[in-house]
Structures are given as structure tokens and as C-alpha cells.
Design a protein around this ligand. Structure first.
Ligand code: URA
Length: 434
């Protein structure tokens, strides 16, 4: 067997065997297969797809590519959460401390920004001092001590996914059902989750643009979960406009802190409560979904969710003074508002385009080794369906160069569509699939 034959087979739309998939994953993980060969194979998979059997074999091979976390010492049902990606998606930053404050242990391994979407690890690293790369011992110890730890994929868990994830981002091969399903499920299987809640985003700011494609992805992940004996619930959520108001790393952390202190944008609140209620249910800590939502909300009101977030940050070496006083976060050099040029109602704000604008401001990567600027991004002043008058602020831009500021201003004016007709507020929860 050799990699050229495997690339050729997928290029010619043939089905790969389990042995061929294992050969690729083992070889690429241990640098025996070059990046350009892996890129060719990934592109062939992207273009020609995979059968269900191939996707399952790929997932298991990736999950077995490194160590597997054993969380049995915690003596609890471990429920993990993952999102298929979005723009302004700060859900994990809010949801995970919140469910941890109800006694659901959280041992979460997150990703970096991918394509035009943001990543929780990049957001966490915008908190000065926060260590996302702690070792396995400290990771488990933090979960035991404060009930939550959130880290990057630095442990040797599913290392094949880590390499392929970075590669896909740099060769425009992200929006693929087999590649997304295997990426997410391999990480969940390797990281010791017994039950899984997935936020499957759908719309212009998601990798799945239609509900049908999102359902297809959800089905694939539920099937893999069943085969691997991991009960999986998928919540399909709307990602047509950015979630909440902020897009950009520290700007989203600030929005998450404000949420935990009770200032909850309606769309973020709906998504957080729905996912949280299922996490609590799967953890065996509350059967009734509506009751679980009320308990989560109560822990916002009584400050327990916010306190858990502070504990998380301090335990991971972060400087909690920034959390207590958000003005201490480093600021962008240029902070300017963009004003509406007409009256009307906001019809749409294409989240993918906004994600790209924010990446261009410096918040995302073009090449996998690029560094990112935590302070830049945008904060929306209006959401879809809101009424606007001429000269109302539409969005505030945070930039570190005059040139990038002007570029963002121009593009944002094209992306934010305003017409005379009133439109309904978008529905956030599209479907629950089990
Ligand atoms: N999140 C992941 O972990 N992997 C993907 O491929 C997409 C979103």
C-alpha cells in the first residue's frame, strides 16, 4: 500500500478500505506522509465525498491516533458539547461554566478558528495569562477541583484531527460532511465523553448553509455516536446572522462576561438554554428540559454561573481582574461607528461575509501558522428585523490599522441589507435530533 494509490483511488471516486484509511491516518500523524500529499487526499475527499462506512472508519482511526482520556476517576457521567462552527459563537464560554455551576462536570477540549468561523481556544487566549495548553494531569485535576476545565487540543488526543483540521483550514476544505463529522466525533470519542450534545449550526455563517445539509451532518454524527456507544443529541441552530452582537476574540469574551452577569442577547440566550438543558438531562441531573432551562437561568440571576467562569479562568492561570473589569482588556487603536444611510428594517447580515471581514481585520488566520489580533472585530448595534433610522449606528468597528478600518467599513455597508418592509425576528432553534 502507498499514499499515491490511496490518493488516486479517492481522486477516481472509489471507496477506500478501512486499512487504507488507517494507513493514511497513521502515516500523516507521524510525518511519514507529506502535507502536500495529505492536502491532495483531503481535497479529493472534499470533492468526491465518503460513504458512511468510510466516514466511520476515518473517525475511529482519528480517535485512535493518539491517547484516549480516561475520566472514570471523576465518577460522573461526562457530557461534552461541540459546535459545528459559527460567527460570533461565544456559546461555549457561557454555557460550560453555567452547566458546571449546576454540578455537571465539564472537561472540554476546544478548537481554534477555522475558515471564517471563530474558535473557543483563540477567544480564551485573549484573556491575559489563560493557559489553554495544560497537561493531562492538571486538566483532570481542575475538573475535580472546580468542576470545569477548558483547553486546546494540546494533549495527545486525536492528533490526526489536529493536523488535518489545520490543513483543511489552509486549503479551503472545511465545508465537508465526512470531514466535519469525523473531526468532531473523533475528538469527542478520544476525550472521554460518554454523552455528547452538538450545536449543528445552519445558515450563511455556518459550514452547512441549508437545513437539509445540517440534518445530513447531524444524522451522520448521531450514527457515529451510536456505533461508538456515545448517546448524541443534535440541536440545529440558526446561524444566518452573527450570534449575539460581538464578533472578534476579546470582544466575544466581553459579551460572554456580560451575559453571565445578566445582560443576555435574546438569540444567545435561546441557544445557551436549549443546549444547556440537554447537557443537564444527559448528565442525569434533571429530566425535564423546561425545568433545566429555569435552573440555568436561575444560576445567571444568582451569579453562580459568573462565579464559575472566574474560577475557571483563575485555575487556568488567567488574570481575572480583566473579567471583573472588562476595560482592562487591550483595546484596538481605532474604534469607529458605521451609520445607516437610510431608514428601514434590517433584512439580513450575511454572517459568513461578516466573519470574513473580521478575519481580514486580523482576528482570524489565512495560513495555519499566522498569529491573530485579539482586540479587533466588530460589535453590531442592530440585529436582523430591527428598525433603523438614517444616521443610526449599525455597527462599531475595532481595528488596528486605518486601512483595514476603511476596508471593513466599505464591506460592512454592502453586507447589511436594509429595506422598507418589516420582517419577523429569526427563529433560533430549528430542530432537535437524537
Ligand atoms: N469543528 C470541528 O471540530 N471540526 C470541524 O471540522 C468543524 C467544526
Amino acid at each position: 500500500m502507498n499514499i499515491l494509490e490511496i490518493i488516486e483511488k479517492k481522486r477516481d471516486k472509489k471507496e477506500l478500505s478501512k486499512e487504507e484509511i488507517e494507513y493514511f491516518i497513521e502515516g500523516y500523524t507521524h510525518d511519514k506522509i507529506a502535507d502536500y500529499q495529505a492536502a491532495a487526499l483531503i481535497m479529493a475527499i472534499y470533492l468526491n465525498g465518503m460513504t458512511k462506512q468510510e466516514t466511520t472508519d476515518l473517525t475511529i482511526a482519528m480517535a485512535n491516533s493518539g491517547e484516549k482520556l480516561d475520566l472514570s476517576s471523576l465518577n460522573e457521567v461526562i457530557v461534552d458539547k461541540h459546535s459545528t462552527g459559527g460567527v460570533g459563537d461565544k456559546v461555549s464560554l457561557i454555557l460550560l461554566p453555567l452547566v458546571a455551576s449546576l454540578g455537571v462536570p465539564v472537561a472540554k477540549m476546544s478548537g481554534r478558528g477555522l475558515g471564517f468561523t471563530g474558535g473557543t481556544v483563540d477567544k480564551l487566549e485573549s484573556i491575559p495569562g489563560y493557559q489553554t495548553g495544560i497537561d493531562i494531569h492538571n486538566f483532570v485535576e481542575n475538573v475535580e477541583k472546580v468542576g470545569i476545565s477548558m483547553i486546546s487540543q494540546t494533549l495527545n488526543l486525536a492528533p490526526a484531527d489536529k493536523k488535518i483540521y489545520g490543513l483543511r483550514d489552509s486549503i479551503s476544505c472545511v465545508e465537508s460532511i465526512p470531514l466535519i463529522a469525523s473531526s468532531i466525533m473523533s475528538k469527542k470519542i478520544a476525550s472521554g465523553a460518554q454523552k455528547i450534545v452538538l450545536d449543528v449550526t445552519c445558515g450563511s455563517g455556518a459550514f452547512m448553509q441549508s437545513k437539509e445539509r445540517a440534518e445530513e451532518l447531524a444524522n451522520e454524527m448521531i450514527e457515529i455516536g451510536n456505533l461508538a456507544n456515545r448517546e448524541t443529541v443534535c440541536v440545529l441552530t440558526n446561524m444566518d446572522e452573527p450570534l449575539g452582537y460581538a464578533v472578534g476574540n476579546s470582544l466575544e469574551v466581553i459579551e460572554a462576561i456580560q451575559f453571565l452577569k445578566g445582560d443576555m442577547p435574546k438569540d444567545v440566550k435561546e441557544v445557551v438554554l436549549e443546549l444547556g438543558a440537554y447537557m443537564v438531562q444527559l448528565a442525569g441531573k434533571g429530566e425535564d428540559i423546561e425545568d433545566n432551562k429555569a435552573r440555568l437561568l436561575n444560576n445567571i440571576e444568582n451569579g453562580k454561573g459568573y462565579e464559575k467562569f472566574i474560577q475557571l479562568v483563575e485555575n487556568q492561570g488567567g488574570d481575572s481582574s480583566c473579567i471583573k473589569d472588562i476595560h482592562l482588556f487591550p483595546k484596538a487603536n481605532y474604534i469607529e461607528k458605521l451609520y445607516s444611510q437610510k431608514n428601514g428594517y434590517i433584512q439580513s447580515m450575511n454572517a459568513k461575509e461578516i466573519g470574513k471581514i473580521v478575519c481580514d481585520l486580523g482576528a482570524g488566520r489565512i495560513r495555519k501558522e499566522d498569529s491573530i489580533d485579539n482586540a479587533v472585530g466588530i460589535v453590531l448595534n442592530k440585529k436582523v428585523s430591527d428598525k433603523v433610522e438614517k444616521e443610526d449606528a449599525l455597527v462599531t468597528i475595532y481595528a488596528n490599522s486605518k486601512e483595514k478600518l476603511e476596508e471593513a467599513r466599505k464591506k460592512l455597508l454592502e453586507v447589511i441589507k436594509i429595506e422598507n418592509e418589516e420582517i419577523e425576528e429569526p427563529r433560533m432553534i430549528l430542530e432537535i435530533m437524537k
